[in-house]
Design a protein around this ligand. Sequence first.
Ligand code: ZN
Length: 394
Amino acid sequence: MAYREPSHSHPPHKAAQKNLHNRNHTHSHASNASSHTPTTDEAENLSPEELQHRRRAEIIRKRQQEKWQQERRRRLIREHKIQLLAGSVLLIFVIIFTFVLIPGIFSSSKSSKKQKEEATQTAKAGLYEDKNGTRYQESDGRFCKSDWKEIDEAKYYFGKDGYMTTGWLELDGKEYFFDENGKYDSTKHRPMVALTFDDGPGKFTDKLLDCLEENNAKATFFMLGENVERFPDVVKRMHDSGMELGNHSYDHTILTSTTKDGVLQQMQKTNDSIEDACGVPADVMRPPGGSYNETVAGLVGLPIITWSVDTRDWATRNADNTYNVTIDNVEDGSIVLMHDIHESSVEACLRLIPDLINKGFRLVTIRQMAEEKGITLENGVDYNLLGEKNQSTE
Ligand SMILES: [Zn+2]
């Protein structure tokens, strides 16, 4: 209810009554109190008790006003929260840019200038040594990287980081040896070993392939036709990753104890299953038990590959033993006999493969090794070692 200015024509007691009414009204509807501004005339006509009431009403009115202002401020803050946030983010960026980036840009441009100056100052072509090795600097100040350099009739190779290579280097599938001074020695060839695995594939063969692939190593698998049919995907994987596929008969029949037809069947069925799995047949063979005679040799139609290092892994089933026999006996041209159907043999290989490589050996297939040694593999001929001592036991 709106406050009505008391009329002066009313008798004093009536005005007081009306004021009293209004005071009560002010208490219960404080929101209307702001419109109330008592005149001096009124104040003069009021009793001390009523004056006190007025003062109280005034205080309440002021508090109410403060409360509204506070609420208005809060509302404003709420409404402009996003703008405020964006503003502060912008401010932070400005600060970072001013104090961090600008000095950084200046200092880096200064240091690159300095580097250029240094390079032009020291741009005298030749070898430079530092704590990391030796580099070759060209006359334009740049360093020789991933490239050959002929200095005083000797050939050197500088790697990706610009440092001179020593020891063995494989480049585009070829092996190079550099002596301790970095000079290329064309007379040295890295020793090669052919790891071979019989009787598979089996359930551990994939694990062996993982390790061979990780180490960029190759091996040869002499497989049984019946196992090729059980694990065609593994055979496909072998072929795709550059392993050599060998024929080890269909079901491990000893070829000297079967008929001519038996030998031919064992060979043919296995070649067919290998070809079904990966598209190509076997290109080497190993007779079960290593047993063959002239008749068998004349029938198999593939080079006969035996071995120079027999791990006897099938008998010991001991990974440490297989590891030790191999590491202690390999030499350039060795053909190592193992069986990937035994977990202990695969376990041995997980250590052997990286360790043989660290010892300087290249792990290659039979065909690779023969090719690098200049040996032409002939069908029906037995090869048990492809080193300098050679080879055919025929
Ligand atoms: Zn066998």
